[in-house]
Design a protein around this ligand. Structure first.
Ligand code: ADP
Ligand code: MG
Length: 255
């Protein structure tokens, strides 16, 4: 496995996330076509591609917000459960941070982070709060713990969203364009938190067009177009020597 200098090398062995021959349709739209992808424990994979290429759908299938039509997805060797308690456990194992800040608007920052562990994992309030404060400290917003989300900047809210996902102690974190709704000056504070997670060995799948982040933190870049994985390579190689015309064309528009 190739890795950039700053992040630890991903483990070899059984992949943590594996998609085999995955097909998904929205009506007649074949939104995911023959997707084969595996993510090693500790690996950071950046997914890029044009709007509408299926990146968000790919993320949503991994925590089963979207069912697939055929193929298999396994997490830590187990097929994704379809429903019930097993599905709730899966959701705890797969943390997700979306583009739009999706915090609970009427709960404080602290409550946003403690709610999941208390409800889904039966963690006692005091223990949940202690862990939440540790996580808020880690993402640099501990001093905002008693505020409502609307009182925070977009960058702070997104860092709370990361803390909230981490509070469930996920095996893998999915990020779907976590900085694309942010004002430019707030992008780096969120990317810095993500980079530190990568350095600590978190397994991550990150949809982003932030090339600096990809170069700094990704082991591998996957380029999607029209529902397919068109190309995958180490970041340096992908950005300097893309192979397909579609990747070249895409990079010429965003770089
Ligand atoms: P990306 O994240 O790369 O922009 P998406 O995964 O959001 O792409 O969407 C891929 C395609 O699937 C697009 O054509 C989009 O319009 C379509 N699509 C996404 N979600 C739905 C849905 N719930 N119902 C129907 N079509 C959808
Ligand atoms: Mg998307």
């Amino acid at each position: 496995m190739t890795g950039s200098a700053s992040v630890p090398t991903a483990e070899v062995g059984q992949p943590l996330v594996e998609l085999r021959d995955v097909q998904k349709y929205f009506g007649s739209l074949h939104v995911l076509q023959d997707i084969n992808m595996s993510v090693a424990r500790g690996e950071v994979v950046v997914v890029i591609g044009p709007s509408g290429s299926g990146k968000s759908t790919l993320c949503r299938t991994i925590n089963r917000l979207e069912p697939i039509d055929s193929g298999t997805i396994t997490l830590d060797g187990q097929p994704l459960p379809a429903e019930g308690r097993a599905l709730a456990r899966l959701r705890a194992d797969v943390g997700m941070v979306f583009q739009a800040f999706n915090l609970f608007a009427h709960k404080t920052v602290l409550q946003n982070v403690t709610l999941g562990p208390m409800k889904a994992k039966g963690v006692k309030r005091a223990a949940a709060q202690e862990e939440a404060m540790r996580l808020l400290e880690r993402v640099g917003v501990a001093n905002q713990a008693n505020k409502l989300p609307a009182q925070l900047s977009g960058g702070q809210q997104q860092r709370v969203a990361i803390a909230r996902a981490l509070a469930m102690k996920p095996k893998v974190m999915l990020f779907d364009e976590p900085t694309s709704a942010l004002d430019p000056e707030m992008i780096n504070e969120v990317l810095d938190v993500m980079t530190s997670l990568a350095k600590e060995g978190m397994t991550m799948v990150v949809v982003t067009h932030e090339m600096g982040f990809a170069r700094r933190a990704a082991h591998r870049v996957i380029f999607m177009d029209d529902g397919r994985i068109v190309e995958e390579a180490a970041p340096e190689e992908f950005f300097t020597r893309p192979k397909s015309d579609r990747a070249k064309d895409f990079l010429s528009k965003i770089l």
